[in-house]
Design a protein around this ligand. Structure first.
Ligand code: CAA
Length: 399
């Protein structure tokens, strides 16, 4: 793997513009996202109106070039927005991450001029929503091993298969569908298709009963002989795995930035509660063991933020960043779970009900160590880079 130049010129200071982006995202999140979060979570309702608002303020597709309807923001700026949205509500953050990093970003990087003009302005404005259909019932971590088949026809391609755990699969207008064109070629046979969800043969079902991210839409998708023209392919036959991996480089960055927001929300809620709540005649913030819980959260939040900024700086410099993005994603997602758990501890019984945001933080953070690469996959990516040995595939037991 190419090594990035880690002598980055990092002064840890945000520019005035970046500070402004972060402050206005914080205000927007407090005004528009936070007040709806608990009710949407309780109702398990995907908030389409909020998705449109995110588009109106330019938070969907923010790094996409202005000529295609984006804001042309750098990755640090994009990460700052995602952090603030994630602090308010991870379900809303999922909309930003999927729409921006996985869908619009892939179309911008791999799409033809026609595909970009057709989809990007609508995705960036929030008029259309997208989803990223990679995972299958039997294919999670082993992303190269897809069973969905793309078969060449006279007029284009026919796609059949099933996809699982697809964020926004029930509400999307377009799905990026990954399919195998030739199983003998393994990952080099994969292709990615832009599939309008109104296509005959596309159907989806909502997945209920999730621990968290209850107001994020999650789907099981069935693809039954969907007929597509040749122009529906994103990139070429054989590019599919690279489209998926390059999308995930950016998706994982976005998940990590959102988790910094969860850590920050945990600190904020815990400091405020600990100063207000009195026991033994004093605010519980006076107790050393409560301060320890808060101090640990602050260190984890800041360490996660630094890893996210480093990955963002590498992206902005156009340097290789897959391993550094894995480090940021691994650390920030685990930190979010730990901070949320500690924040509940600070809140005591009050933290166990949804009068405070901390129990939702824990439920929502939990999936981030699973999706877009489990923590174990990220450790294997980091370990492979360090040792040069690929431990993803266990050695055969045949001798
Ligand atoms: N960008 C571009 N190309 C890349 C790349 C990247 N980041 N990483 C790898 N590639 C290319 C390599 O260059 C290589 O190309 P060649 O064949 O031409 O040499 C090819 O892809 C294969 O590379 P690897 O050998 O590194 O790939 P691998 O098979 O070892 O990858 C893996 C294994 C890392 C475990 C990978 O399968 C993986 O990341 N799995 C996890 C999948 C995942 O994150 N799924 C989440 C789905 S999205 C989701 O969660 C749902 C949602 O809605 C949010």
């Amino acid at each position: 793997m190419d090594q990035p130049d880690l002598n980055l010129n990092m002064d840890f200071q945000l520019t005035d513009e970046q500070r402004l982006i972060s402050e206005s995202a914080r205000e927007f999140a407090d005004r528009e996202i936070l007040p709806r979060a608990r009710d949407s979570d309780r109702a398990g309702r995907f908030d389409r109106e909020l998705a449109s608002k995110l588009g109106e303020v330019g938070y969907l597709g923010a790094p996409v070039a202005e000529e295609y309807g984006g804001r042309g923001l750098d990755y640090i700026g994009y990460g700052l927005i995602v952090e603030q949205v994630g602090r308010a509500d991870s379900s809303a953050r999922t909309v930003v991450s999927v729409q921006t990093s996985l869908v619009a970003g892939s179309i911008e990087r791999w799409g033809s001029e026609e595909q970009k003009r057709e989809w990007l302005p609508r995705l960036c404005s929030g008029e259309a929503l997208g989803c990223f259909a990679l995972t299958e019932p039997d294919t999670g971590s082993d992303a190269a091993n897809l069973r969905t088949r793309a078969t060449k026809t006279e007029s284009g391609w026919a796609i059949s298969g099933n996809k699982m755990w697809i964020s926004m699969g029930n509400v999307a207008d377009v799905a990026l569908v990954f399919a195998q064109t030739d199983p003998a070629k393994k990952h080099k046979g994969l292709a990615c298709f832009l599939v309008p969800t109104a296509s005959e043969g596309y159907s989806s079902e909502e997945i209920h009963g999730k621990l968290g991210l209850r107001s994020s839409d999650t789907a099981e998708i069935s693809l039954d002989e969907i007929e597509l023209p040749d122009q529906a392919m994103l990139g070429e036959v054989g590019d599919g795995f690279k489209v998926a991996m390059s999308a995930l480089d950016n998706g994982r960055y976005s998940v990590a930035a959102g988790c910094v927001g969860i850590c920050d929300g945990c600190v904020e809620a815990s400091v405020s509660y600990a100063k207000e709540r009195r026991q033994f005649g004093v605010p519980i913030a006076s107790f050393q063991l409560v301060q320890e819980l808060i101090a640990d959260m602050i260190v984890k939040r800041d360490a996660a933020r630094m890893l996210v900024w480093r990955a963002g700086a590498l992206k902005d410099e156009g340097q290789p960043n897959t391993v550094q993005t894995s480090m940021a994603k691994l650390y920030a997602t685990e930190a979010a779970v730990e901070c949320a758990n500690a924040a509940i501890q600070v809140h005591g019984g009050a933290g166990y009900v949804d009068d405070y945001p901390v129990e939702r933080y824990l439920r929502d953070a939990r999936v981030t160590t699973l999706y877009e690469g489990t923590s174990q996959i990220h450790k294997l990516i980091i370990g492979r880079d360090a040792t040069g040995i690929n431990a993803m595939v266990p050695p055969s037991h045949d001798g």
